[in-house]
Structures are given as structure tokens and as C-alpha cells.
Ligand binder design. Structure first.
Ligand SMILES: [Zn+2]
Length: 254
């Protein structure tokens, strides 16, 4: 194939992939903006009613997985069963683990293998078809812990910062400290004691109206932002390499 034609074809493919990425991103943002409260109420009386936001539970789980679990694993510590941060205390965990993400526009249900073009449609499918699998018992709604776990930050809300509420900061800090006490009881050994201290610094200290305090000062796994920004650049680099190689081999064939 002529190098010029190949280059145009690859560039068109790249632009199309980028636009899909942007569209997917904006859909995700809209979805996140729609989920304002941690509680949702479904109108259809025939549905299994779940009063817990899946989106906010997912954000809470992401905060735990990214900014807490690497440190828990490093200490080889097992979270006690009464700890609400345990994966099996998240009512959506089993469904979330049955999401198969083949491609940017292809999601599959791990229970029945049905395919969807966006994650939000798979979420709706879980709600319509597989909600009988949810154990909606007390204390299994991770979204209820969002105040402590900085879910809004995880959901990358772009809205301008509202004025800090001292009362909300105190409430969130209290919830945060109670999680530290139940998940890392200081009388349960050295690892629990280390992690108790760590949890206060990583999650709880930022619940203040003091602008200097930022959540997650100890870092986490590889940042999602970094991952998102690197993938398109890596793709672009690979395409240019292919184009250059093809152009060189065309020149050699002349
Ligand atoms: Zn299914």
C-alpha cells in the first residue's frame, strides 16, 4: 500500500478513536453529575428497590482500592469482618467484578454475556436483570461512606468549589475516624496500629476547611489520570512508527 494512503487511513482511524474516547468521557461525566446524592429511589414498584447509588459506591471503592489497599497489602493486614471498607461489604462488588471490558465501546455482562456499547448501559442491565444477586442488607452501601472517602474528588467533579461547610467537615471527619477505629483497632497489633495512623493522615486529615490539607498525601497506585493521558499518546506513537516503517519500505521497493 502507498505510504501516503496508509498514513491518511491511520490518521483517520486515530481521530475516530480519539473522538470515541472523548464521547465516552463526556458520557461518563454526565453520568457522574447525575448522581448527586448517595441515595436513589426507583419508581417502578415491580423492581427490586435499591437505595444505594452504584456510581458513588464505585467511586468509594476506587478510593479504597487506589489509596488504601496497596498499603493494607504491604502490611499483610486482614481487614476485620465488621470493617465496612472490606470488598465483601460492598453490595455491588460481585456485579462490578462481572463487568467485562473488551474495548472502549464494548462492555459485556459476565453473567449472561450480553454486550453493551457503554458502561452505563451495562449498569442498567444489572439493575434490570441481575438485581436479585444484590445483598442489600444493612451496612453494605459503600456510597454511605462517600463523605469520609472523598468520592467527589474520585468522580472528578468539574463544578467550581462551593464554600466549605465546617459542620460537614466535622461530620465527615467523625465518620472517617470511626472507620479508622473499626477497620484498624489500635489494640490489634503493630500493623493495625500503623494503618490506623496512616488512614487518619491519608483520608481524615483533609476533612477541614483549612485549604492546606489535601486528601491522599501518601499517594496510591498509578494515577488514573496518568493512565488516561498516556494511552492516547502511546497509541499515537505506535501509529507514527508504523507509518514511518511503511514509508521506508515503500521507498526501498521503488
Ligand atoms: Zn446479564
Amino acid at each position: 500500500m502507498c505510504a501516503v494512503h496508509l498514513a491518511s487511513f491511520l490518521l483517520v482511524a486515530l481521530l475516530s478513536a480519539s473522538s470515541h474516547l472523548l464521547v465516552a468521557g463526556s458520557h461518563q461525566d454526565q453520568e457522574f453529575h447525575g448522581a448527586a446524592g448517595s441515595r436513589i429511589h426507583l419508581q417502578n414498584p415491580h423492581k427490586h428497590v435499591v437505595h444505594c447509588s452504584r456510581e458513588r459506591s464505585r467511586a468509594a471503592w476506587e478510593a479504597i482500592d487506589e489509596y488504601l489497599m496497596p498499603f493494607v497489602e504491604k502490611e499483610k493486614y486482614e481487614l476485620p469482618s465488621k470493617c465496612r471498607l472490606r470488598p465483601d461489604n460492598d453490595m455491588f462488588r460481585e456485579q462490578e467484578q462481572h463487568k467485562i471490558h473488551f474495548d472502549i465501546n464494548e462492555w459485556r455482562c459476565g453473567f449472561c454475556k450480553k454486550a453493551f456499547r457503554a458502561e452505563k448501559f451495562l449498569d442498567q442491565h444489572f439493575e434490570n436483570r441481575h438485581n436479585n444477586l444484590l445483598d442489600n442488607s444493612e451496612g453494605r452501601c459503600l456510597a454511605d461512606l462517600c463523605g469520609a472517602l472523598h468520592c467527589d474528588l474520585m468522580m472528578e467533579f468539574k463544578k467550581p468549589k462551593s464554600k466549605c461547610s465546617a459542620a460537614a467537615a466535622v461530620r465527615n471527619r467523625h465518620l472517617c475516624e470511626s472507620l479508622a477505629d473499626s477497620c484498624f483497632p489500635i489494640n490489634q497489633g503493630l500493623a493495625a496500629s500503623h494503618l490506623h495512623e496512616f488512614f487518619l493522615r491519608q483520608f481524615c486529615d483533609a476533612h477541614t476547611c483549612d485549604r492546606g490539607a489535601k486528601p491522599f498525601p501518601k499517594g496510591g497506585r498509578v494515577s488514573k489520570f496518568l493512565h488516561r493521558s498516556c494511552v492516547p499518546y502511546a497509541l499515537m506513537l505506535m501509529l507514527f512508527q508504523v507509518i514511518t516503517n511503511e514509508a521506508t519500505s515503500d521507498r526501498c521497493n521503488l
